[in-house]
Design a binder for this molecule. Structure first.
Ligand SMILES: NC(=O)c1ccc[n+]([C@@H]2O[C@H](COP(=O)([O-])OP(=O)(O)OC[C@H]3O[C@@H](n4cnc5c(N)ncnc54)[C@H](O)[C@@H]3O)[C@@H](O)[C@H]2O)c1
Length: 442
């Protein structure tokens, strides 16, 4: 059955979710406070880089099934409302900033004059959903006919369309003792996905909130685990990539997320593990998550290590060293530079006096907004021209597939630091490069 759906917040999560809901057959209205973003989306343009999303968005803007507004009252009559606004880290604190989620509830709930279900998708501290459910009942003219449930989102940037339309599981948290229509409505919203046998876990609100932050805490821990092992490999001459292959064959461990390198970043993992620790502290169980502080520190240490490695490769003299940084996005197939290890390394090198040139296939615009004083180049060749040291900081396909022999002709000195362990090391060494991996070929 086709429903009318609103999506509050049209960033990486919300814009993809809105287009995905239209693809599932619903009539969708996306709401955001950012007028420039809404104007672009309404024209069928995606204001960020996400493979496959421009086609999906245009298809449904053209069909009339998907529209965008800055006026929340236009969304008030929808059967279903999704909240996908940001929950960034608070300035100077580890906790999440919940202002944007609360603002949506404060705006939307008083407009609810007919029964509706609000599904929260933003990643929030445990306890938020219960607090907001009570607030919705209090503020909505329909009272407890307005329900709130939590439906955490697991999409990965770079694969956001696929993950939205074909998620590996759906999780729905509903209010214990007050189970209303939320589960039935979610089954209608996701009928096509559930019809394919996708696992659907219905939990209480707290469990649903914790599922999301626990998943991210686990993934961050896995990455920091292998990066800690990389530190040991670096002083013993061992090879962390071979080690990861060998332990990864064990099904209990698995090879995914065991790529040692510059570490994790982006708009989710770093702020989510910090907010999780802050929340555990508020709940009086801070010790339970004290290991996440170590996970964070291991991760940040990798950035420092790479900067030190550049200095060593530049003969111990950072001032004036020409460094080509390949990549600014926090991962390939995304233009997201939020807490990006690549951009952070470029910034540190720049501040240390190196003559840095950065190239990223998609993230230039976002990166320049953060570091207007760093020269960003239009091509890999321009960034490499005359470089004393090359740092691969994001594993874009263009860098992984570069021809080491051809590239050697551009630089002043063939020294490369593979900050993502993503290059075919032997090929680069054969082509005459001094190759440094992280936790291998140290
Ligand atoms: N990006 C991801 O891969 C991803 C994956 C899973 C979960 N999440 C979670 O989803 C949430 C959103 O993340 P994102 O990456 O899409 O963030 P984002 O910054 O790209 O988008 C957030 C959007 O919300 C808008 N907004 C702020 N206040 C608003 C209001 N009162 N009404 C309407 N819109 C408002 C902003 O203008 C912005 O466009 C976060 O909680 C994040 O942790 C993100």
């Amino acid at each position: 059955m086709s429903l009318t759906v609103s999506v509050f917040g049209t960033g990486y999560l919300g814009a993809t979710h809105a287009a995905g809901m239209a693809e599932l057959g619903h009539t969708v209205i996306g709401v955001d406070v950012d007028e420039a973003k809404i104007e672009r989306l309404a024209r069928g343009e995606v204001p960020f880089y996400e493979p496959g999303l421009p086609e999906l968005l245009r298809k449904h803007v053209d069909s009339g099934r998907l529209r965008f507004t800055t006026d929340a009252s236009e969304a008030a009559q929808a059967d279903v409302h999704f909240i996908g606004v940001g929950t960034p880290q608070k300035k100077g604190e580890n906790a999440a900033d919940m202002r944007f989620v609360d603002a949506v509830i404060d705006t939307l709930a008083p407009l609810l004059t007919r029964p509706a279900v609000i599904f929260g998708k933003s990643t929030v501290p445990v306890g938020t959903a219960a607090r907001l459910a009570a607030k919705v009942r209090e503020l909505a003219p329909v009272g407890d006919q307005a329900e709130l449930a939590w439906n955490p989102e697991f999409l990965r940037e770079g694969f956001a369309v696929e993950d939205t339309l074909r998620p590996d599981r759906l999780v729905l948290g509903v209010e214990k003792g007050r189970e209303g229509r939320a589960e039935a409505v979610a089954r209608e919203v996701y009928a096509e996905i559930l019809g394919r046998g996708t696992p659907f876990l219905v939990t209480d609100l707290a469990t649903a909130e914790l599922v999301k932050v626990s998943a991210n805490a686990f993934l961050a821990t896995k990455i920091s685990f292998i990066n800690a092992i990389a530190e040991i490999c670096e002083v013993t001459g061992a090879d962390v990539a071979q080690l990861a292959d060998a332990i990864g064959y064990d099904e209990r461990i698995g090879r995914k997320f065991l790529g040692a390198g510059l570490g994790f970043g982006g708009g989710c993992l770093p702020k989510d593990i910090r907010a999780f620790q802050a929340r555990a502290g508020e709940l009086g169980v801070g010790d339970a998550l004290s290991f996440l502080r170590e996970v964070d520190e291991i991760n940040l240490r990798r950035r420092e290590h790479v900067v030190n490695l550049v200095e060593t490769c530049a003969g111990g003299q950072m001032k004036g060293a020409k460094v080509a940084v390949l990549g600014a996005a926090f991962k390939p197939n995304s233009d997201d530079v939020r807490d990006s290890p690549a951009l952070d390394a470029a910034g540190r090198l720049h501040l240390a006096g190196a003559d840095v040139k950065v190239y990223d296939p998609q993230a230039r615009h976002n990166a320049e907004a953060v570091w207007p004083t760093i020269p960003f180049k239009d091509s890999m060749a321009e960034a490499l021209e005359g470089a004393d040291v090359v740092l691969v900081a994001t594993e874009w396909q263009e860098f992984r597939e570069a021809d080491p022999a051809a590239v050697a002709g551009l630089v002043a000195s063939p020294k490369i630091i593979d900050g993502r362990n993503c290059l075919p090391a032997e090929k680069w060494i054969e082509a005459g490069w001094e190759y440094h991996g992280l936790g291998r070929f140290a």
